[in-house]
Ligand binder design. Structure first.
Ligand code: GPP
Ligand code: MG
Length: 286
């Protein structure tokens, strides 16, 4: 274990410690039952049209069909993110910032054959993801590390692509993008899928957005802050896609499922009233 891997080095504030505690304890069926469908465990939401026929048919298997459908939509979200990463191949190295149980990282390795590093401030998640590395036999290509995305410890210009799949709401964006820009190669691609609050709706987060913040102990940023922090750190947006309409069906299905966690109505309210947006932003390092 290097100095960088000690708890005090990685978790530099009490806030970060509290976030790590949340994820170290997290065992929600909404993540574990869905992950068991295919063995790929995600920590993000879904996009795309729901096949509502899952709610019809034999009652005994309705729950299983619903969970499979939610997992399919989360997989579609990860696939969409990977579509934005650019032309990657086995020689490339890429970084998953806030890698959770590893889902998006494994899908990236399967698609591109490239070397993937994932980082998380949750030692439990890192341990879970590295156990998956062992089971999948991909230790030569995929590795997860107990590290902080604001001080990731990698040398300058290490990665061809970096992404945050719903993990930017835990950090200061200026610090994050400065660190990303440092370790991206020139011309490298950055991608995030995130929930952000809508400046047009108001200069402060709405009640529903504040409820989401409280639920996850996070600090959802306004849309404007993403672009300001990118511009300040030589990250030039090339594509922005509003996925709000595409994620609402996932939340409608999740609200009716046995694995709902209680935060579903806040997401549906926030999205439908326009105070909150689910965005994909891709940018190039210049
Ligand atoms: C996804 O993880 C959620 C977050 C990382 C935090 C908030 C995200 C926003 C877009 C605001 P998860 O899959 O563990 O959440 P859940 O347990 O609710 O499914
Ligand atoms: Mg989840």
């Amino acid at each position: 274990m290097t100095m960088l891997d000690t708890t005090t080095e990685v978790l530099s504030t009490r806030y970060q410690k509290s976030v790590a505690d949340y994820w170290n304890k997290e065992q929600d069926p909404v993540n574990l039952r869905l992950g068991e469908v295919s063995g790929t465990f995600h920590h993000h939401y879904g996009i795309g049209d729901v096949d509502w026929s899952v709610l019809e048919g034999p009652e005994g298997t309705r729950e299983e069909r619903t969970i499979r459908e939610m997992h399919r939509l989360e997989g579609a979200q990860a696939d969409f993110l990977l579509d934005q990463l650019g032309d990657l191949g086995p020689a490339d190295r890429i970084l998953d910032a806030g890698s959770g149980r590893g889902g998006t990282s494994f899908l990236a390795n399967l698609r591109f054959g490239c070397q993937v590093d994932g980082i998380s401030i949750s030692e439990k998640q890192v341990g879970f993801a590295n156990e998956q590395v062992r089971q999948r036999g991909v230790a030569d290509k995929v590795a997860f590390h107990f590290r902080n995305m604001l001080d990731n410890g990698f040398p300058d210009a290490t990665f061809r692509s970096i992404w945050n799949n719903e993990s930017t709401m835990y950090v200061d964006l200026h610090k994050l993008f400065a660190e990303h820009a440092r370790v991206l190669t020139p011309g490298g691609r950055y991608v995030t899928i995130t929930g952000c609050y809508n400046d047009v709706h108001g200069r402060q987060p709405s009640r529903a957005v504040s409820q989401i913040d409280a639920h996850y102990i996070c600090d959802i940023h306004p849309r404007s802050e993403y672009f300001a922090a990118m511009a300040a750190n030589n990250l030039l947006p090339i594509s922005v896609v509003d996925l709000t309409a595409a994620t609402i069906p996932y939340w409608e299905l999740r609200a009716q499922s046995s694995v709902a966690t209680g935060i579903e109505e806040a997401f549906l309210t926030a999205y439908k009233e326009g105070s909150f947006q689910y965005l994909m932003i891709a940018a190039d390092k210049v």
